[in-house]
Design a protein around this ligand. Structure first.
Ligand SMILES: NC(=O)c1ccc[n+]([C@@H]2O[C@H](COP(=O)([O-])OP(=O)(O)OC[C@H]3O[C@@H](n4cnc5c(N)ncnc54)[C@H](OP(=O)(O)O)[C@@H]3O)[C@@H](O)[C@H]2O)c1
Length: 301
């Protein structure tokens, strides 16, 4: 496994696990996924307070705790969506300093950790009081309640503000060989955590089924027909779609945040990730050159 070091000196595995779609109702399967990831060398696990209204943190944290004796483990979580865990509903977007300082206590309790390795703002708009949010993250860092902070965003104006006015160590953004919008945000000082690298299963051997099931209306920048055409182009190469998808992210020097809903998916993805090393720089550059560079049109200024 390769690792990448953040500006505040945390190492993150280049292949990491996104926990949002874990099968939490099946603890054995969830545990199998976490163990498999750890055995492969994954040391970073991404969750959020909002996922299953606290249940994701409360499941993943204690399960991972049992492995801490033997493995280096970092958990990242997110804040900013105020929610009611009893009613299981989101109340509002709330990036205020007071809310963040309260929410970190709740997340720590659910995760069962004395501090949070990476605390990320779960979105954000240019209208937010971003200086107040940044001051809250800095205070939590000074008090050693968090080790690093970052944001999760696809909004250029918000990302630019945080890049220039804060010490974010990471940027989580949607990025895959077909969703190239994230390339615009790459930065030498900030580690990019790429989510959606397999596009919800579209860039897997199940692409025909996933295209019909999940992408009938297309997706940002692509109609259904255009997606179909792009998939045909990619499947003409002598590599699996998964290997191409992973190699692209590796070539971009980002962390692949792989989301799975079963241990079988993770097993397959690990195999394809290993295979992806056989694709040369020249070949992935050639594949990438057949794909348009896309930009988000909104939230730029
Ligand atoms: N705004 C944010 O901050 C934000 C938003 C989204 C995600 N995230 C984070 O990023 C992580 C990854 O995002 P994502 O889950 O959207 O990524 P993704 O890779 O686009 O989608 C993951 C889904 O792809 C399918 N999949 C994965 N491997 C497969 C395989 N081998 N064969 C067939 N299908 C496969 C599964 O779908 P099925 O569930 O249908 O089986 C899985 O749940 C999340 O877990 C979460 O931690 C953050």
């Amino acid at each position: 496994m390769k690792y990448i070091i953040t500006k505040d000196n945390q190492s993150i595995s280049r292949f990491s696990l996104g926990c949002m779609n874990l099968p939490l109702g099946n603890i054995k399967e969830t545990n199998d996924i976490l163990r498999l990831a750890l055995e492969f060398g994954v040391n970073y696990f991404d969750t959020a307070d909002l996922y299953q209204y606290g249940k994701n943190e409360a499941t993943v944290g204690p399960l991972l705790h049992d492995y801490k004796k033997h493995f280096d483990i970092k958990i990242g979580t997110k804040v900013g969506n105020e929610f009611d865990s009893a009613l299981r509903e989101k109340i509002r977007w709330n990036p205020s300093g007071d809310y963040i300082k309260q929410a970190v206590i709740d997340s720590k309790l659910r995760l069962g950790n004395p501090f949070i390795d990476l605390y990320q703002l779960h979105g954000g708009t240019i209208e937010d009081n971003m200086d107040e949010t940044i001051a809250a993250f800095e205070e939590l860092k000074r008090k050693k309640l968090i080790k690093s902070y970052g944001i999760s965003s696809i909004r250029k104006n918000v990302i630019d503000y945080y890049k220039s006015n804060s010490n974010i160590a990471t940027l989580m953004t949607d990025m895959s060989i077909l969703k190239t919008q994230g390339e615009e945000f790459l930065d030498d000082e900030i580690v990019t955590l790429a989510r959606g690298g397999l596009m919800q299963g579209l860039l897997t051997k199940n692409h025909e089924e996933v295209l019909v099931k999940k992408f009938k209306k297309g997706t940002n920048g692509y109609t259904y027909d255009k997606l179909k055409q792009m998939l045909m182009m990619l499947t003409d190469y002598n590599h699996s779609l998964e290997a191409i998808a992973f190699r692209y992210l590796d070539y971009m020097n980002v962390v692949t945040l792989n989301g799975v809903s079963s241990a079988k998916q993770l097993e397959q993805n690990i195999m394809h990730y290993l295979d992806s090393a056989s694709i040369s720089d020249d070949e992935i550059k050639e594949i990438r050159s057949n794909i348009k560079t896309l930009y988000y049109e909104e939230h730029r200024v």
